[in-house]
Structures are given as structure tokens and as C-alpha cells.
Design a protein around this ligand. Structure first.
Ligand SMILES: [Ca+2]
Length: 540
């Protein structure tokens, strides 16, 4: 173990690079023998410090982006242009297959199944799942001297300002997911603790989860218009768009419009970038868009902009938001020295099957499964990195296995920072890969379905001990027989599955009976990686 302080010569600044000396006194120590992040000692005296944006779309499928799907019925010119300016990863994965655990993994550099939430997502009024002791990506940037901002969805929990004790969950959630809490139960003048500003972000603007109450803006750690909060009926909300997934009536701003959320987040991001036109401090903007997740609420100007219905139109609006962010960077001379990550928190929603049937739009671009599933369609997502001034290739298509969990270690290495002991233990630096130094990405990745099922990717093999389906029960969630027939799934009686992606990228043919030795090796590797000793190491 070693504990170090460093003096780094840094380059930074929007469109202009200046030399500076930044003293970073790191109280942290690193155990060089620990698994996970690379040692991250800077090799050069001079470290580039770009501005950094993570644009995380919500439920955007691989095949929803035209750069990944030549037959897409949705055109995404702005995301495609970003890929032409950078590296398009074709085997990039979200940390899990639904919102909360994916976001946990991205921010902590740790598999979500190690933490307190093993399956599903947080529901309205749930408390935070990132421990106050855990290090986050935002805190990494803070230690590098960055300004940090989070805009958009959070979905990692708050300590809500109850007037009394926090009620029993069953008393405020009908059926486990419909909120029945009313505004009088809260003191909205008090702060919301445990959110972004308590995990390393200097500022926050967003509405936590658009389909959850409160239907209101949160600024830093306060409800923005606390004095006007009332109880908004669910029936009023569902008149503004596709109703899916609205988790109950509840506290909100009078006249709240779900279709105003995406434009507001876009505008706040653009304003943030423009306001840093002449900033000498580099910044990190974590922009977690709430689209194209339900409620599907594109603005009228996007009506008919795709050939995949209202959902497709909402994806087009999502792409336009990406374009607005890039335009703001370009207009302020910050584009070349901004590292942009563009990705999605999981695969497309189950209604992606219906879109396939109705519009012949394949939201998973030929993969099997959708959001929630352990099959590739659940978590292989759009994954793009662009940073022209940082020496990243432009227009490169990269097939290496990478995950959002790796962003933490990658940024630590690029910024020359030491990773605190025990932090980001599942994060693997992609810095060499980004800069074309011959790295080959991850050897293995543990997959995590929405129902908590785990699986292992190792090389081209995928081992799924509990099968690929990862959602709840009922016809609404299941893989329809017609898509199995259409894709050509080979019937197999067992649940335990082994697929060879090099030969079978759609995971049609479970070959576990043909390759028992491979299956045994992967079973042992997965057991070792996910044993009880490996769980709950950071979140306790
Ligand atoms: Ca999601």
C-alpha cells in the first residue's frame, strides 16, 4: 500500500490550453495489489485536463441509434456525428439492465449487486443506496479540481423531508410501486439529503425520476418551488403523453407538464456550457437525460420525425438534445477539449417488441432480449467516446468489451489520480484503449439482470446460470413467441445457458450441452467473482 501526494502539470481551459501547476494533496491511499482500477500513476509530467460530459440516455436501445443500426426507422444524426468525431464501441455495456443499479455502477465503479439493491429499481420515496462512505466519480473529479454538475435523472434515492418519522413503505406505496403519499406529509422547506450534492456534485438540477412524485424541480438539495407544491392527480399527468409507468398521484408543482422535462434539462445543460465559456477551471457535467424512457412525451415539433411512432419521435428529440449540447460546446470553443461519453443506462423497454412488429424497427439491432434481461439486448447499449484534443481516434469502430463501470478508472488514469483504497473495485481503465495503445478491453464482465440474476461474459462466451430472461412475470414482460420464431431461437429445455457470441451474436442457440467443460469453467469463475465474500464490501 502506498499513500502519495502529487504535483501535476495540467493543461486545461476551453479551447485554449494553458500550463498550470496544480497541487493535489491526496489523502487517499491505494493498495497496488487490489483488483480493479489500474495504479493510475501519471506517466508524463503533463496531464491534459479536458472538460468531461457524460450524456446518459434512459432506455435508449442499441438499435434506436442509426449509427448502430443501418435499418433503423429512427434517424439520430447528432449521435451519429458524435461517433464520427470519436470512437464507437460495438460491445459497450451498462452496469446493469435497469435504471437504479446501472447508475449506481457508473457512479461508483462497482457492480451494483455488491450493494444494497440486488434486484429491481428504487421506488418513490426510497432512501439513497450509495453509502456516504463510498467514493463516486464526481468525488474523483472534485479531487482533480473540477467543477462538477449533475443535471437530469437521479433515481439513486434521497432522504426525503418527512414531517415526522419516515412512514412504513407499505403505508405510502400501493402494490409496492404506486405512491399514495400526499404533500402534507413533507416539510418541503427542508433539504433533500443523500442526493447528488452529497455525493460530490457541486450542483444539481433535475426532477429525480419523471414518472415518480414529487413532480417538481429539485435545485441542489431543495425543491425549487417548495412554497407552491400541491398534490397533482395522476389523471392530470397522463393527459400529457403516453401514460406508461406513472407511479401515482402525489406532491408536485401545479400545472406540471411531463413534456417540459426533456426541454428543460437540455436548456439547463446548454446554459451550463455557455456560462463556462471563459472558465479556467475544467468541469464535469453528468447529464442524465430522462428520455426516451416513459412517459413518452415528444414535443409537437417532433411529431412524425421518425418512422417508429411516438417513441421514435422521442428518440429523435433525445438526439436533438445531444445536438444542442454539442452545438453549445462548439459555439463556445470548448468542443475539441471536451471528452464526451454518450451511452444509455440499459436496453430498450419491453414495448420495443411491439415497435418491431408495427414499424419493423429493431431497437436492439439484432440482439436478443430487452431492458431487464441478461441477454445482450438488456445491457449492450450505445457507447461512444469523443475527445479530439485528447488524441482519441476519430471515426473508429471498436469491438473491445467495455462497460460504463470502467469510466471511473479511465478518468482516474487520464487525470493522473490515485484511486482511494477499496473504491471502484470493478472498474478497469480504458485509457489505453481510448488512445489506441493496443489495449483490448475487459477479459470478463458480470451481467446483472433486473430480477437479480447474474451471468458472466468471458471472451466470446456468455454464461447465464438462470437463463437470459430477467423481468417480472406476466405476458407484458416476457419474450414473445413470435420474436423467438422470427429470430430463429433454437428450442432448449434447460434454463442454464451458454452462448458463443462469435458464432451466435443473437444468442439463439444454447450450447451448454455441447460445451460442458467451458460451462464448468465459467460457472466456477462466476461463482468466485460473486461469492458471498465478494458482496457488500463497499455499501456496508
Ligand atoms: Ca433506464
Amino acid at each position: 500500500m502506498r499513500c502519495t501526494g502529487q504535483i501535476l502539470h495540467v493543461k486545461s481551459g476551453p479551447g485554449k490550453i494553458f500550463a498550470a501547476v496544480l497541487a493535489i494533496f491526496l489523502a487517499a491511499c491505494v493498495d497496488a495489489s487490489s483488483a480493479g482500477a489500474a495504479p493510475n500513476q501519471p506517466e508524463e509530467a503533463s496531464i491534459q485536463r479536458p472538460n468531461v460530459i457524460i450524456i446518459l440516455a434512459d432506455d435508449l436501445g442499441l438499435g434506436d441509434v442509426s449509427a448502430y443500426n443501418s435499418n433503423s426507422k429512427i434517424s439520430t444524426p447528432n449521435i451519429d456525428a458524435l461517433a464520427r468525431r470519436g470512437i464507437l464501441f460495438t460491445d459497450g455495456h451498462s452496469g446493469s439492465t435497469v435504471c437504479t443499479p446501472s447508475r449506481y455502477a457508473l457512479l461508483t465503479g462497482e457492480y451494483a449487486w455488491r450493494g444494497p439493491l440486488r434486484d429491481g429499481v428504487l421506488m418513490p420515496w426510497d432512501p439513497p443506496i450509495i453509502s456516504p462512505k463510498q467514493d463516486t466519480l464526481a468525488e474523483l473529479f472534485v479531487r482533480a479540481g473540477y467543477e462538477t454538475a449533475h443535471i437530469g435523472k437521479w433515481h439513486l434515492g434521497f432522504l426525503w423531508p418527512w414531517r415526522g418519522e419516515q412512514p412504513d413503505r407499505n403505508d405510502i406505496l400501493e402494490g409496492g410501486w404506486i405512491s399514495t403519499a400526499t404533500s402534507d406529509l413533507f416539510d418541503w422547506s427542508r433539504p433533500l439529503l443523500g442526493g447528488p450534492v452529497d455525493h460530490g456534485f457541486d450542483s444539481y438540477f433535475g426532477d429525480d425520476v419523471p414518472n415518480f412524485p414529487p413532480y417538481a424541480w429539485i435545485e441542489d438539495d431543495h425543491i425549487q418551488h417548495a412554497d407552491i407544491l400541491t398534490d397533482v392527480p395522476r389523471s392530470l399527468l397522463i393527459t400529457t403523453g403516453y401514460s406508461g409507468g406513472i407511479h401515482g398521484s402525489g406532491p408536485g408543482e401545479p400545472g406540471w407538464r411531463l413534456d417540459a422535462v426533456t426541454p428543460a434539462l437540455q436548456q439547463r445543460a446548454v446554459d451550463f456550457i455557455r456560462d463556462r465559456d471563459s472558465a479556467e477551471r475544467p468541469w464535469f457535467l453528468n447529464l442524465w437525460l430522462t428520455s426516451p424512457h416513459t412517459p413518452i412525451v415528444p414535443l409537437p415539433e417532433f411529431d412524425g420525425s421518425s418512422s417508429a411512432g411516438t417513441y421514435g419521435d422521442y428518440v429523435v428529440q433525445t438526439d436533438a438534445a445531444v445536438g444542442a449540447v454539442v452545438d453549445a460546446l462548439e459555439a463556445t470553443g470548448q468542443l475539441d477539449n471536451t471528452l464526451i461519453w454518450l451511452t444509455s443506462d440499459n436496453g430498450p423497454e419491453t414495448f420495443s417488441y411491439r415497435l418491431y412488429r408495427r414499424f419493423q424497427h429493431d431497437g436492439v439491432a439484432g440482439l436478443r432480449g430487452v431492458k431487464g434481461d441478461a441477454w445482450e439486448g438488456g445491457h449492450r447499449v450505445p457507447f461512444i467516446a469523443s475527445w479530439p484534443a485528447g488524441g482519441l481516434a476519430e471515426g473508429q469502430v471498436e469491438a473491445a468489451l467495455v462497460s460504463q463501470i470502467d469510466i471511473y478508472a479511465t478518468m482516474a488514469e487520464l487525470l493522473g489520480l490515485v484511486v482511494p483504497e477499496g473504491a471502484a473495485r470493478d472498474s478497469v481503465s480504458l485509457a489505453g484503449l481510448l488512445r489506441g495503445k493496443g489495449d483490448t478491453g475487459r477479459d470478463a464482465l458480470v451481467y446483472h439482470a433486473a430480477n437479480g440474476n447474474l451471468g458472466l461474459r468471458a471472451g466470446n462466451w456468455v454464461y447465464l446460470p438462470d437463463g437470459g430472461f430477467g423481468r417480472g412475470s406476466g405476458a407484458m414482460w416476457e419474450e414473445p413467441q413470435w420474436i423467438r420464431d422470427l429470430r430463429g431461437v433454437v428450442p432448449h429445455n434447460g434454463t442454464e445457458a451458454l452462448y458463443d457470441l462469435s458464432d451466435d451474436p443473437t444468442e439463439l442457440n444454447n450450447v451448454i450441452d455441447e460445451f460442458p467443460v467451458v460451462a464448468a469453467r465459467l460457472r466456477e469463475q462466476l461463482d468466485s467473482l460473486t461469492s458471498a465474500d465478494e458482496r457488500m464490501l463497499s455499501g456496508e
